[in-house]
Design a protein around this ligand. Sequence first.
Ligand code: ADP
Ligand code: MG
Length: 320
Amino acid sequence: MKEFAIIDDFFKSRSYQRKDVILGIGDDCALTQVPEGQSLAITTDTLVSGVHFLPDDPADAIAHKAIAANLSDLAAMGAEPAWLSLSLSLPDADPVWLDAFSNKIKELTDYYSLQLIGGDTVRGALTVTITAQGFVPEGQGLTRSQAKPGDWLYVTGNLGDAALGLDIALGKVSANQNHQVTLLRALHYPTARLLAGTLLRRVANACIDISDGLLADLGHILKASNCGANVYIERLPLSKAMLETVDSEQARRYALNGGDDYELLFSVSEEQKGSLDTVLSNYNVAATCIGQLTGSANKINLQLDGQVYRHQGKGYEHFA
Ligand code: ADP
Ligand code: MG
């Protein structure tokens, strides 16, 4: 298959159409319209075969994860997604792989009402780069830098399931059939917390999505906000699948260091705690308070049932 046939057959003809896209795939640039009073939020994530996914992972899982990683960044800013661009490097033009990959893009862009507005298609090692753009009302974007000592620290969903799923995929850990399905789904088909992100706009002080592990990403908030944190290990939200597959010590390790959770980690002042509880329960969004921020810059103090908790490891870092 030739480059232009790939673009036409798999990407151009299948895209959901939005009214704010003046010109989509097919010209040198896309032309779009940002609504009045909104800031444009823009993020890019690259997934490299052998680094971010296993070379024989299903094509639809690779597409799903590439989109979820980008949407998760928008969620962490409180933005609503609108447009995607896709840069695809492929070792060969395998129509079966491309069909599965582009069907997943079609499914997710339809589900979230997003339009694929452009991209690039080249031959090379399997690499998927997506740029996602979305809108956040001017002045309401959530950042990493506005956390304050005394804020309560929350996380959505459960932690560590994707990292445990990876160890299952690698054959390092075994789980019963049900849990294996759940944990591999967490690894391959993560869900960006878009609703939570928009609900947090008016109540959270700081927010980040957890892609490199709780401790690593908490470190980013602390650095940007010049704070420290007490984290109460017994409160870490752990799934039934996690708790019934590994012992509690291992479960905590997955929760603290494991990557690819795509949950939101955010801080809320004492005054906003009531509004947070109300808005989360109105919309049925699960979040757990796991700690509190302190004034000791960059210091993370882990406690288990009131005792100091010793822990090794810091999360995933490229070039480490
Ligand atoms: P140019 O050479 O001007 O950069 P290309 O020939 O690479 O344009 O691409 C032609 C059109 O197809 C452009 O609108 C581009 O955005 C789009 N496109 C290319 N690859 C992809 C892809 N993988 N997904 C979506 N759109 C794509
Ligand atoms: Mg090009």
